[in-house]
Ligand binder design. Sequence first.
Ligand SMILES: NC(=O)c1ccc[n+]([C@@H]2O[C@H](COP(=O)([O-])OP(=O)(O)OC[C@H]3O[C@@H](n4cnc5c(N)ncnc54)[C@H](O)[C@@H]3O)[C@@H](O)[C@H]2O)c1
Ligand SMILES: [Fe+2]
Length: 314
Amino acid sequence: MDQNWIFRTTPRIVFGCGSVGQAGTEAKALGISRALLVTDPGVKAAGISGTVEKALLSAGIEVVVYDAVEPDPRIEVVEKCASSARDGKCDGVVAVGGGSALDIGKLAAVMRTNEGPIGKYFGIDLVPSPGLPTVLLPTTSGTGSEVTPIAVLSDEGEHLKKGVVSPYLFPKVAILDPGLTLGCPPGVTAASGMDALIHGIESYTSIHASRFTEFLAYKAVETIAGSLRTAYANGADLEARTRMMEGSLWAGMAFANSGVAAVHAFAYPLGGEYHVPHGIANTVMLPYVMRFNMVGSLKRYADLGPALGAAECG
Ligand SMILES: NC(=O)c1ccc[n+]([C@@H]2O[C@H](COP(=O)([O-])OP(=O)(O)OC[C@H]3O[C@@H](n4cnc5c(N)ncnc54)[C@H](O)[C@@H]3O)[C@@H](O)[C@H]2O)c1
Ligand SMILES: [Fe+2]
């Protein structure tokens, strides 16, 4: 456990039901006058990106829409999205959706100010300069992408998932409105909720955990374990959706600073080669990795028992 630590996160986080209405004023405060609104067809059909667009327009911000993000997006999607930002002469990016739309928004923002191709930036700290200012609104709980310096893409040619990690991928503002997750389908709720739970578990048990990340990660595991089943079974339960959004936020803040571990490492090939959605690939790997790791860190795993709702553990 590191006793000395540095903690980085998104500088401004707006949380609460109805906070989607602040998207326009938040973007305006960043100096954005013409926004690229990044989303995907499912989030658009649910009417969510339309609400964000209205908030931007009513703050006097012009909007160019890119709505063709796909789940676990390919490299080509970033290239097209960044072209839309360039052709539309946008000076900021507002992304609304699950981790796929948020990651594409983050990457399109840096590809507006840095020379392509994106392949040059796979790895850690390889992006030379900051991108356009970004505002992110998650609609799943979730990847935590709104508070991580990470974006993940599928490389179809190499059948791999690849990540860009750079402090320039932190957004300027994250707006977390639990109301945006009320219509999230049960399958996506379960998969993205398990992803968030695993961020908490992997962060808590990481050798790079700090006294600060362990606090966030533990609380995230406890909160998600207490609300995921209800959010899955009754998507309209605002209380459960609110707890899930808090939990995924805390898990994201924790793992962005401690890293994730073998569950994610083993899940990436399943996503890259067989297109298994990220949360499901993680879930399949979780029991095996926990069983293997437990002997090396019995106390840390035992701590998680009560957080996961076990009455007793020994
Ligand atoms: N940047 C990071 O730190 C980070 C962390 C973990 C995962 N990821 C990446 O995030 C991606 C997965 O994101 P995800 O699990 O959030 O799913 P997703 O963004 O791929 O969305 C899955 C599906 O759910 C639909 N959907 C999402 N929210 C909805 C809502 N409220 N109502 C109706 N439909 C909705 C979308 O339209 C889409 O069809 C993967 O590419 C993964 O690698 C990134
Ligand atoms: Fe994840």
